[in-house]
Design a protein around this ligand. Structure first.
Ligand SMILES: C[C@H](N)C(=O)N[C@@H](CCCCN)C(=O)O
Length: 453
């Protein structure tokens, strides 16, 4: 997941460079960024859940890592000089002419990569649930997310520097570097598969990597059941609204800082990289806290409030007071928000969804979330373009309107967080309770009164 998250954001600090070098407009960049989720939204993620439940974590993990490598290589080819002047480029340039051929092919590679990346996300969640069943699952999930955030921190630091490495700035070197890391990631997962097989042999778990007991199998009837659950929709909508104001923002953040503070790409990325590193430091502690003290619903609400404050600062304060200190503070606070919500959200799902269809619930929450992650970068690209008529210099955009859109998403997410807390107080789902039952340290609360051993 470390290398996957690095690849996801390798282009984020290079938006102005790809615009200058390959003629990608903000709108094209938005389409490219949203492409990561298109196949998932079209149903691949549901299929991925079925594959995971039928084939197990070892097969699905290896398949997902291979898809990521394949998609990365397509994207690398699309931005490379080898693609320039080819028949494929001429053909891709000949239709939907506002989107350059290189952007179209890179977006296609990103779609394939996105299938692998999201499939890996649910596979890793299921693997953690299997390996940490009855133990500190929230801490384990927090650590997994922290490692992924370190990847984002690293790539925001490395990408602009790699781009400048050869003297003439180019996006090819950072993408080639991350593609090589993904190949190492594939090898790592294959190594994990051997460990997982040994773990199954040790624990006497049956076929398909163990966790696939009959009660966890994906059933079509479970999809209808999950979709008809009010709680599922509250959690899924909170998730999609919150994450749509985080990941799409991440794509534009460096450029937004450049435009407001008159910085170069490296300086902007150097400020923004503290956002994921703050989240990486805090998330495991919050997972530990949740395991022992609870307060999951409160953490969700508090996280949404912090996000609104930060996005409003970027929208309204930074353009009139272009201060690096204000930008840096808002980035750090956003990092705290991005620790609170993920640390509370993912370990809360087992409390409100039956263990029988927990894997499917995760995959369907990802699916709803992916709709937002697919549409919002495109919408933000269009809003940015529409709110900056006649601006051709990528360092002169006004980001107030796009940032207000992100802040509104936070307000809606806050509403769903409050609703969830009210329902929890009324129906006692246990969202505010610790995961670890104090009377039985080795048991983890998974739903009302039920412990998984
Ligand atoms: C984007 C992805 N679907 C997602 O939601 N990522 C979460 C982590 C989910 C848990 C993965 N094992 C994130 O906060 O990055």
């Amino acid at each position: 997941m470390l290398f996957a998250y690095m690849f996801v954001d390798v282009m984020s600090p290079l938006q102005s460079l790809i615009e200058t070098q390959r003629g990608w407009s903000p709108e094209s960049f938005g389409y490219y960024a949203g492409a990561e989720y298109i196949f998932n939204v079209l149903g691949f993620l549901i299929l991925a859940g079925i594959i995971l439940d039928k084939m197990g974590v070892r097969f699905t993990g290896t398949l997902s890592a291979s898809l990521m490598v394949g998609g990365a290589l397509i994207k690398l080819y699309a931005v490379s000089n080898m693609f320039e002047g080819t028949g494929l480029e001429s053909w891709l340039d000949s239709w939907w002419t506002s989107m350059p051929g290189s952007a179209k092919l890179a977006a296609f590679g990103f779609m394939i990569f996105g299938c692998g990346c999201e499939m890996a996300g649910i596979t890793v969640s299921k693997a953690i649930a299997k390996w940490f069943n009855g133990k500190e699952m929230a801490l384990a999930m927090g650590l997994e997310m922290a490692i992924a955030r370190i990847g984002v921190f690293a790539i925001f630091s490395i990408s602009p520097r790699l781009a400048d490495w050869m003297g003439t700035p180019t996006v090819v070197i950072p993408i080639a570097f991350c593609s090589a890391l993904l190949c190492i990631g594939l090898l790592c997962f294959i190594a994990f598969s051997f460990m997982d097989r040994a773990y199954d042999a040790e624990t006497g778990t049956s076929k398909n990597s163990g966790a696939e007991t009959a009660e966890e199998e994906f059933k079509v009837s479970d999809v209808a059941k999950i979709f008809s659950s009010q709680l599922f929709w509250i959690v899924a909508l909170l998730c999609v609204l919150y994450y749509s104001a985080i990941f799409p923002f991440q794509r534009y953040a460096a450029n937004m800082l450049q435009c407001n503070l008159d910085l170069d790409a490296t300086q902007a990325a150097d400020i923004f990289r503290w956002f994921p590193i703050g989240a990486a430091i805090l998330t495991p502690f919050l997972g530990y806290f949740l395991d022992r003290k609870g307060k999951g619903a409160t953490m969700l609400i508090f996280g949404a409030v912090l996000m609104i404050v930060c996005h409003l600062t970027f929208a309204l304060v930074l353009p009139s007071v272009p201060s690096t200190a204000i930008a840096f503070s808002a980035i750090v606070v956003l990092g705290i928000s991005f620790s609170l919500v993920p640390a509370a959200l993912w370990p809360s799902v087992p409390k409100i969804m039956e263990a029988r269809y927990l894997g499917s619930a995760y995959s369907l929450i990802f699916w709803v979330q992916n709709v937002g992650l697919c549409l919002f970068p495109i919408l933000i690209g269009q809003v940015l373009q529409a709110s900056n008529p006649g601006i051709t210099d990528p360092l002169k955009y006004n980001y107030t309107v796009p940032m207000l859109v992100f802040a509104s998403l936070g307000v809606l997410a806050l509403g769903f967080g409050i609703w969830l807390k009210i329902l929890d107080a009324r129906n006692h789902y246990g969202l505010e309770l610790p995961n670890i039952n104090p009377t039985k340290e080795e048991g983890i609360m998974t739903s009302e009164g039920m412990t998984m051993e």
